[in-house]
Write a protein that binds this ligand. Structure first.
Ligand SMILES: NC(=O)c1ccc[n+]([C@@H]2O[C@H](COP(=O)([O-])OP(=O)(O)OC[C@H]3O[C@@H](n4cnc5c(N)ncnc54)[C@H](O)[C@@H]3O)[C@@H](O)[C@H]2O)c1
Length: 258
């Protein structure tokens, strides 16, 4: 079995409306593709315009409905919320939200300024709550919803070189746990999916060196490389009615590293 072996089909995802932040490349793109393959109606935002356009084209070429997308910097909350509203006006209220956007740029403790700190939070932490704020009224109208927040095992395994990213990612469980009761009353589920080290093109190009290969071998229980599709499979499950009684939890996909 490989990461791209055929996906399970979740009948409840056919026609379902899904919004993904940072869906243009990496894990987000795998999530967009996986939902499109289920017959879902997908919208996403990203700053990477060329990659986003290419993903939309690839999806249509694969015979699926091309996703709605817009170039949007999620640091601009007004622009993010406008994109969600405009996409919902076209596709309908969103039943699923995937808070995926992030940037794990490296930095040292000494180099961090208040502006840099705020900037990291503006990408890695702040957009999720405001995206949730935007989709919840629609989910209430639909009578149910599923929110999936992408966390990380990086801070849990004491990953270094990105303290601001670690702070932001450690807050994802707080977001999930802190809203689960309130949202649950309206049958809106909220969960965290925490990936291990996933071999996106960016990770391989920027960070995977001989030392990294050794770390994978030493720490993962399973010998294969984690691929974006492996994360997308868990997100599909949590978005589907198959997970109808799962909320407030963290689901880790890390080949057994933690
Ligand atoms: N790749 C991994 O090994 C790994 C490990 C643990 C957790 N995660 C988490 O999984 C999620 C996806 O990770 P990834 O590796 O695909 O991330 P990535 O950095 O490759 O991509 C995220 C996407 O967000 C977009 N983006 C970045 N800044 C943006 C901004 N300001 N506005 C709009 N879009 C912006 C990028 O263009 C990209 O398409 C993230 O939440 C990340 O923290 C990834």
């Amino acid at each position: 079995m490989t990461a791209s072996s055929s996906l399970a089909i979740h009948p409840s995802l056919s026609g379902r409306t899904v919004f993904v932040t940072g869906g243009g490349s990496g894990i987000g793109a795998a999530i967009v593709s996986a939902f499109a393959a289920q017959g879902a109606r997908v919208a996403f935002v990203d700053i990477a315009e060329a990659a986003s356009a290419e993903l939309a084209q690839r999806t249509a070429q694969a015979g699926h409905v091309a996703p709605w997308w817009r170039a949007c910097d999620v640091r601009d909350i007004g622009a993010l919320q406008a994109a969600i509203a405009d996409a919902a006006a076209e596709l309908g209220d969103f039943a699923v939200l995937v808070n995926n956007v992030a940037s794990d740029d490296r930095h040292t403790l000494e180099s961090v300024t208040p502006d840099y700190y705020d900037n990291r939070m503006a990408i890695n932490e702040r957009p999720a709550l405001f995206a949730i704020q935007s989709v919840v009224p629609g989910m209430k109208r639909l009578g149910a919803g599923s929110i999936v927040n992408l966390g990380s095992t990086g801070w849990q395994t004491k990953g270094s070189g990105y303290p601001c990213y670690a702070i932001a990612k450690s807050s994802v469980n707080g977001l999930t746990r802190g809203l689960a009761v309130e949202l649950g009353r309206d049958r809106i589920r909220i969960n965290t999916v925490s990936p291990g080290w996933v071999m996106t093109e960016r990770q391989v190009a920027l960070w995977l060196d001989a030392e990294g290969e050794q770390a994978l071998k030493r720490n993962q229980c399973l010998p294969d490389r984690l691929m974006p599709e492996d994360i997308a499979r868990m997100v599909l499950f949590l978005a589907s009615d198959d997970a109808r009684m799962c909320t407030a939890q963290e689901f880790t996909v890390d080949a057994g590293w933690t």
